[in-house]
Design a binder for this molecule. Structure first.
Ligand code: ARG
Length: 472
């Protein structure tokens, strides 16, 4: 292997680390402990094999290695793959990382020809391409999981497109909305999240393979060939940048953090809605747990954990940002610290997205409780003010004042606005007529909000139809 580090344990084909005699055993053990990455970068084995195959084929096509040697390498890599798939591959700490583990095993299987695979390649561009492929796959998977969650939301939104619930600002009842409308707000958020992963993917889809250690290669390699073979749009254009950039991962982690933030908001609402005080929705036993001491309890643990996962995911973005900050070009071993936070963040995100889709499909709204709450807290006060403006041509500020007086009267009597008599309304504003009652119900309030994107069930259904077509 032709890496630039001189003090790392090197594979010599016999499975021994080659340490200089001047090193005592103890620091060597510590060196291995801090240096070894196979424990986590084994997750890159499929990407590493794909990169090696593309590289070997290109070397053959370009005549850098003979087709005899190339075939032998490809056959050997197939055997390595069989071992990895069947779980018999010997992962060994003394070979440090996934790249050297696979190459060492290839050498055991096919002999010294294995050494030709690393022609015109370094672990620096090797890990850069492996990790890029992994993050690209993770972005693609996440888009699929986001779309599955959107579909679960759409199904519930369609079923409850006109189920009334209170809309909140400051978590105070504000104006009636529908449950379908509320769920569709998250369909929009998750749609933008999917867009961010697609954007990140498009930007990261350049192939760093062939940058070699940092400066490029003197061999007549064809970088377009390997880029195409690995599904990249083109090769990266600067060899230093190729081996030292991890902003593709930072961007994916940023998208993951925003998604996790959205998930935590929905999770928080599920936690609130399932409390007996709200009683808006029920989750089945599938997504709740009991208490070991309080027999009456049914806890929304899954929602709480989704609410919490954003900590881990945003933490990963912070970790990698700090790792990359101030790193001189080109590759530094610091960058080995890119994998654990990225793997951890996407594991947490995947679990959160799946659990959230499960909870959304699982929940049953308590439509009566929600509808009752929709009318509480003088939630149609704005409708009264709007009626005064529309019907009596009152300036909105005056209408706001009249409505405030009506709310004050109703509050004093302990009744809703719709319970005030016409006489009581006329004592506040003599021009008010019986027609006012038509706008004071939550259903009328919601149905009247026909502006594009508004909560009127007809508008909600139009948005559901648009999304269904888009996700079909
Ligand atoms: N395990 C290393 C990493 O993940 C691979 C690259 C090592 N390169 C080197 N020059 N030591 O970053």
């Amino acid at each position: 292997m032709t890496d630039n580090a001189s003090n790392t344990p090197k594979a010599n084909g016999q499975g021994q680390a080659m340490w200089g005699g001047r090193f005592s055993a103890k620091p060597a053990e510590l060196m291995q402990a801090i240096n070894v990455s196979i424990g986590f970068d084994k997750r890159l084995w499929a990407q590493d094999l794909a990169g090696s195959r593309a590289h070997a084929r290109m070397l053959m096509n370009q005549g850098v290695i003979s087709s005899h040697d190339g075939d032998e390498i490809l056959e050997g890599l197939a055997r390595v793959e069989d071992e990895l798939l069947s779980g018999t591959f010997p992962f060994r700490d003394e070979y440090e990382d996934i790249h050297m583990n696979i190459e060492a095993r290839l050498r055991e299987l096919i002999g010294p020809t294995a050494g030709r695979l690393h022609t015109a390649r370094s672990r620096n561009d090797q890990v850069a391409v492996d990790f890029r492929l992994w993050v690209r796959d993770a972005c693609d998977r996440t888009v699929g999981q986001l779309e599955a969650l959107q579909k679960a939301l759409l199904a519930q939104a369609e079923a409850y497109a006109d189920a009334l619930m209170p809309g909140f600002t400051h978590l105070q009842p504000a104006q009636p909305v529908t449950f379908g409308h509320h769920l569709m707000a998250y369909v929009e958020m998750f749609g933008r999240d999917a867009g961010r992963f697609r954007d990140a993917r498009a930007r990261m889809n350049e192939c760093p393979l062939g940058a070699a250690a940092l400066a490029g290669s003197p061999f007549p390699i064809d970088r377009q060939q390997t880029a195409t073979a690995l599904g990249f749009d083109r090769p990266t254009a600067n060899s230093l940048d190729s081996v030292s950039s991890r902003d593709f991962a930072l961007e994916a982690l940023s998208a993951a953090s925003i998604t996790a933030t959205h998930l935590s908001r929905l999770a928080e609402e599920i936690v609130l809605w399932t409390t007996p005080m709200f009683g808006f929705i029920k989750l089945t036993d599938a997504f709740t747990t009991g208490s070991s001491i309080m027999p009456q309890k049914k806890n929304p643990d899954a929602a709480e954990l989704v609410r919490a996962k954003v900590g881990r995911i945003l933490g990963s973005l912070t970790t990698l940002t700090v790792v990359m900050k101030g790193l001189p070009l080109a590759y530094s071993k610091d960058m080995q610290e890119d994998k654990v936070p990225t793997f951890e963040a996407f594991d947490a995100l995947e679990l959160s997205l799946l659990a959230m889709a499960g909870m959304i499909a699982d929940l049953t709204p308590n439509t009566e409780t929600m509808a009752k709450a929709a009318g509480a807290g003088f939630s149609t006060a704005t409708d009264l003010a709007d009626w005064l403006v529309r019907t009596l041509n009152m300036p909105f500020r005056d209408a706001h004042h009249v409505t405030g007086s009506a709310v004050k009267t109703a509050e004093g009597l302990g009744v809703d606005l719709a319970d005030l008599s016409l006489e009581q309304f006329q004592a506040i504003e003599p021009q008010i007529t019986n027609a006012v009652y038509a706008v004071l119900t939550p259903a009328a309030s919601a149905a009247s909000r026909m502006s594009y994107g508004g909560t009127a069930p007809a508008q909600v259904r139009a948005q559901i139809a648009r999304w269904k077509e888009q996700l079909a």
